[in-house]
Design a protein around this ligand. Sequence first.
Ligand code: UDP
Length: 471
Amino acid sequence: QQRNSSDEPIHDTPHCLVVPLPATGHINPMLQFSKRLISKRIRVTLVLTRFVSKSITATTAREEEFNVRLDSISDGFDDGGMEAAESTRVYLDTFREVGSGALSRLIEKQSDAGEPVHCVVYDHCIPWCLDVAKKFGLVGAAFLTQSCAVDTIYNHVYQGLIRPPVTEQGILTLRTLPGLPPLKSEDLPSLVSKFGTYPAIFGALVGQFSNIDEADWVFCNSVYELENEAADWLSKRLPKLTTIGPTIPSMYLDKRLKADVDYGFSIFKPSNELCMNWLANKPNGSVVYVSFGSLASLGPAQMEELFSGLNNSGHYFLWVVRKTEETKLPKNYCFNPEKGLIVSWCSQLEVLASGAVGCFVTHCGWNSTLEGLSLGVPMVAMPQWTDQPTNAKFIRDVWGMGVRAEGGGDGLVKREEIERCVREVMGGERGEEIRRNGDKWKNVMKDAVSEGGSSDRCISQFAGSLINQVL
Ligand code: UDP
């Protein structure tokens, strides 16, 4: 039985299914959002795909560890997940076909078991979940995993106001997009600026708006104060929009809080002891932490430039290189193990919160961006694809939280540029200014999810409305 933060059992309360796309950057924030709902007296079942569910059972997978009830549905790829599909389009189409039936059966099963479902909170990339919710007469809530700014751009594409490929004429429109700073082509989501790459993902991000007007709630994993102008514009288009982020365990935002309902951030368990031991004897703010998230893939030439840039900077570095990327590390590379550590995965929040980290070289995934802001860690932006270039633009020019490492004509970011950016952020006047901004944003993020803050109020309003509707 689920318990809320005051340890009362929550039984006769509304029951939400929360359904993320099976990817780390979607599961993590929706798991945390689930925990916030539980703390507001909502019962939650986090619905994973069979494949993800099996993978975590093999590693961590105890429900108590997350304090969120878990269940699973088939996406049509129970044995290999997304990787097993011949293309992203095939995956998304199959998930829609197989998943619609599977989600319907799960709703019926819950009802038969005396746990009727009242609401489905679904990932914006799988909008067919809303159709399933509506078929059963349930409350439907979209969960946007990207920023309001990025969704503003995709909404313009959906409405035909931006027509990729973006021509010079189109760029004029981009200088005056409502709620956004003037944008250049390199600041756009790559799926818009490099139109035609990853068409299935582009289709999903534009297609999220196809039925969203029928959703009863639209949650965006952002913070109103962070991008109020974009949020205001987007909520004219999507009147049900509210901001509920950052979906980060409160204990990382406020050290006085203990881990209670927030325990267990990630479904994927890192072996973190090595990182934390290595960080333990490093002076405050002395380490450069480098991660490109769960999906982005650098070429071998970029890996070599990055390695040399880090090594030449003379600072300590902790670099996450996923198992699948290891073969791209430069041949015969070597460094002093006291100076650098390469790991295949870590608990990023714990690392960023350690105090030893003074700079985050990041691909600017939206979760990583929110995590960097929430912990006030200065960033070196090295965006790779999708929404990352737009997040990088905001990191440097709107929030003053970092610098952007610029690539050459061939797109390669050279070692000298990486070294220059790291040095600029770790020391010097610019670094000072960024750290001051970091203190400001850290407080903004903490306040948003603290009792009565902008995001907390939105979540309370949703929970209150569900409770009123159901009881
Ligand atoms: N992450 C982690 N350990 C790592 C690297 C990443 O826990 O070694 C987490 C990170 O904290 C974030 C998520 O993985 O919550 C990555 O999401 P993001 O949106 O930043 O990037 P994506 O993986 O979707 O590209």
